[in-house]
Design a protein around this ligand. Sequence first.
Ligand code: AMP
Ligand code: MG
Length: 335
Amino acid sequence: MKPAAGRRRLFARALAACALVALLSPGCRRADAPAPARRTRLLMNTYVTLTAAGPAADRGIEAAFRRLEEINRAFNFRDSTSPLWAFNREDRPFVDAGLAGVIRAALEVSAASGGAFDVTVQPLVALWGIGTDRPAVPGRRALDSARALVGWQYLVVAGDSVAKRRPGLRVDLGGIAKGYALAEAARVLRAEGVRSGLVDAGGDVYAIGRKAGAPWRVGIRSPRGGEIIAVVRAEDLAVVSSGDYERFFTDADGSTYCHIFDPRTARPARALAGVTVVAADPVLADAWATALFVLGPSALELVEATDGIEALFVTPGLELTASSGLAPVLELPGR
Ligand code: AMP
Ligand code: MG
């Protein structure tokens, strides 16, 4: 790899750390109202910031972080305490309500997206090594063998149990786990009595209620420059993005490869620079953001035909296309 590529990767990491989504406008707070509580921790390979207003804020944030720590372990196949560890390495089935629920949701998005979303992509993730110290463009034969190990149809979820119908199948929940983290953090905050708050996991956001009487304003940054290209007015909504700027590498020819794979080709997807999904359900939002990134801008029709999700596509040329249901909550400052 050329030195420039290494520098570019570092830049990409820095950009990912500061997130695609920005919170805008502090809003008008009554002079006597206390500032919301806000705390950040490094979790799930990213910075998670919890913001909450009202008397339950501190207690809620502590409880939500405890839940996020649990999810951080249970949903990470690289953690030996996760049921996914033995599932991936030894084909051992497991019983776990949280994981089974998320995998069931993942399979629904797999079916609805024609397999563009597929949590069994782990062999491709391992083969390309994007985000590791040794990324490489694999040869044809290696690509074919890895692709043969991928197939969401071979995962079986029954109640809270998860098994596989094909030995060697390996699960990576990287495309959906953050959505579950958003959902669970919001659930815990609400259960503790928080009525206004924000969960921000590396730029993937869930807004609880309103901020000072108005919807939260969530800014979407350009995948290329970082400037705000759109604003979503969010109230009890998730705003989740996938993009080629999060983790990628550039080979000796100057071609760039990102960390989201098209399971049909076993290669990184490249039809979009980024896509943002807005949905009431953060799990769906996360899975669909990854799926739409694979499918590209022609998936607009699929978004229009699918209940519960809206999307903003950003092409490599930075053209923006929004689904019709976004209109009531979307501001495009440049237009
Ligand atoms: P996201 O940032 O939510 O789009 O998730 C990207 C992560 O999901 C990658 O780092 C992989 O771990 C995993 N992944 C990559 N391609 C896919 C795919 N086609 N379907 C599901 N998960 C994927
Ligand atoms: Mg995702």
